[in-house]
Design a protein around this ligand. Structure first.
Ligand code: GCO
Length: 415
């Protein structure tokens, strides 16, 4: 029995364009950095993925059967030349009484923009704002709630620092300008969306409660890089001190005012806490990520620590106080083996919903919870090996099979 959440609490599912759409050469779509990266790497690509581009009606019917009130998806910037698919998707959602919650950037940057520096270039920020204006101009008569960016920290770290995600740059700490330019793009997009009448604009950050394995400064440094680098400038209008000096060369007068344009809510993607210790002598980074012992792990090897969600939310409220807007959990979920009888996912979702309820009972203003994900999908560098779906996808036939967790959540939402 899932605890009762406040009236109006919004339950949903999250997905992302490159991870589910396929149809990479249709209707004027241009290549993204993930097309380039996945093909260069070899192995799985998003060329077909879940073929959501053609099967969206079936997937919207699944959302309706599940009984969620909202669907978070992302709009592929590479499809800017023809947004007709998103017209059709939004209309199908509204017909079922499901609130569309689009993310404007979920990592599939047009390759042509990367060819001119990508997020290392300040120009990309204004190009992103122009894209926001274009999309809102097309969908803004039916869509009033938006998310600008998904997890700018993960895109910077994996895409530009470590090279494990597209565009595959291995710049380590030289990747920092990517943080500032994404945040500048966020702020400009907030202003562009408001100008088109948007009523609720969010940023989605991946946040993790950081636990110290020793008394070195490493945990505080990691917390600054992973959490505060993307929360402080938006919520407080300033960077953490030592990062402000590192970013000085790329910050221009007025930038922080743009970045801290007020948002209506903060999206938080929570998966697990992070244990941090002092770096090893040969580490290029000022911290070492360590395994959290003594807890279950998902098929992906991630630790399962539901109370970490309560810890995270109460610490955000303590850190930001009145500067913390309402929160939506825009992603939470786990990968499991391929089987449809996924008791592990049921236990994961149940325990995290209880932890979320504990945070709400402690006074944290949380307005919604989105499961990652509706469908098994392309899990970035891990391709189709990791399955996060409430619904199993057979990637040979593209048939969808709701897992037991789908029925469990459907029944919980209907209570
Ligand atoms: C993220 C992304 C999703 C992932 C999911 C599982 O949080 O990394 O938003 O695209 O697929 O989180 O890793």
């Amino acid at each position: 029995m899932v605890p009762r959440f406040p009236d109006g609490f919004l339950f949903g599912c999250s997905t992302a364009s490159y991870q589910i759409e396929g149809a990479v050469d249709e209707d004027g779509r241009v290549p993204s950095i993930w097309d380039t990266f996945s093909h260069a790497k070899g192995g799985d690509t998003g060329d077909v993925a879940c073929d959501h581009y053609h099967r969206y009606s079936e997937d919207v019917a699944l959302l309706s059967e599940l009984g969620v009130g909202a669907y978070r998806f992302s709009i592929a910037w590479p499809r800017a030349a023809d947004l007709g698919f998103y017209d059709r998707l939004v209309d199908a959602l509204l017909e079922k009484g499901i609130v569309p919650l689009p993310t404007l950037f979920h990592w599939d940057l047009p390759q042509s923009i990367e060819d001119h520096g990508g997020w290392l270039s300040r120009d990309t920020a204004s190009k992103f704002a122009d894209f926001a204006t274009l999309v809102a101009g097309r969908l803004g008569d039916r869509v009033t709630r938006w998310i600008t960016l998904n997890e700018p920290i993960v895109h910077m770290a994996q895409g530009y620092a470590y090279g494990t995600h597209a565009p595959g740059r291995e710049l380590m700490l030289q990747a920092l300008p990517v943080a500032h330019h994404q945040l500048l793009g966020h702020g400009l997009a907030v202003q562009a969306l408001r100008a088109t009448g948007a009523t609720e604009v969010m940023l989605t950050n991946n946040c993790t409660p950081v636990r110290a394995a020793d008394d070195s400064p490493a945990a505080a440094v990691y917390d600054a890089f992973h959490n505060r680098l993307f929360n402080d400038p938006v919520l407080l209008g300033s960077y953490p001190d030592f990062l402000a000096s590192a970013l000085e060369p790329v910050i221009r007068p007025g930038d922080l005012d743009i970045i801290s344009t007020p948002i209506d809510a903060l999206g938080i993607n929570y998966y697990n806490p992070t244990l941090i210790g002092a770096p090893t002598a040969d580490s290029p980074l000022p911290f070492e990520m360590l395994p959290i012992e003594g807890v279950p792990t998902t098929a992906f090897g991630w630790p399962v620590v539901p109370e970490g969600l309560t810890e995270l939310l109460t610490s955000l409220r303590e850190t930001y106080g009145k500067n913390l807007p309402p929160i939506y959990i825009t992603e939470n979920g786990c990968s499991t083996d391929e089987g449809v009888d996924d008791q592990f996912r049921i236990d994961y979702l149940d325990s995290h919903l209880r932890a979320l309820h504990d945070a709400i009972s402690a006074g944290v203003d949380v307005r919604g919870y989105f499961v990652w994900s509706l469908l098994d999908n392309f899990e970035w560098a891990e391709g189709y090996s990791q399955r996060f779906g409430l619904v199993h996808v057979d990637f040979q036939t593209l048939s969808r099979t709701p897992r037991r967790s789908f029925a469990w959540l459907r029944d919980a939402l209907a209570e």
